[in-house]
Design a protein around this ligand. Structure first.
Ligand code: HEC
Length: 102
């Protein structure tokens, strides 16, 4: 029983830490270089703004760009950095971006 309580505490602490890290990850993993500070002002006018985007959608697009399922002339630019983020980090960044006011 003691172990179970510890496990629950650890899971809660881990998910809280992850949620808080989205903003940090966004800059640490160089996303801001192309998508701009807080995903509001992309480097090129043809690059997408990310602020306020639906979290589930954004997360899936990141996964698809990483895996190659989404692939066009512009995804090639981003695919090169996607080895820097794992599934949990993509989710944390997507959650963070969805909460930024566009
Ligand atoms: C080298 C430039 C570059 C970097 C770095 C980059 N991206 Fe992108 N990203 C793009 C481009 C260009 C697209 C549009 C791809 C397309 O046209 O399909 C895109 C698309 C996206 C999309 C889909 C947007 C939509 O509306 O469908 C998301 C979400 C995203 N990027 C998140 C990220 C995150 C998170 C990071 C950091 C881990 C990141 N990007 C790093 C250039 C970049």
């Amino acid at each position: 029983m003691k172990n179970l309580a510890f496990l629950i505490l650890a899971v809660v602490a881990a998910s809280a830490a992850q949620a808080a890290d989205g903003a940090k990850l966004y800059t640490e993993k160089t996303c801001n270089a192309c998508h701009g500070p807080e995903g509001k002002k992309p480097l090129l006018p043809t690059y997408p703004k990310l602020a306020g985007q639906n979290a589930g959608y954004a997360e899936q697009q990141m996964k698809d760009i990483k895996s190659g399922a989404r692939n066009n002339g512009q995804t090639a630019a981003m695919k090169g950095v996607m080895h820097l983020v794992n599934d949990a980090e993509m989710k944390a960044i997507a959650d963070y971006l969805s909460k930024v006011k566009p």
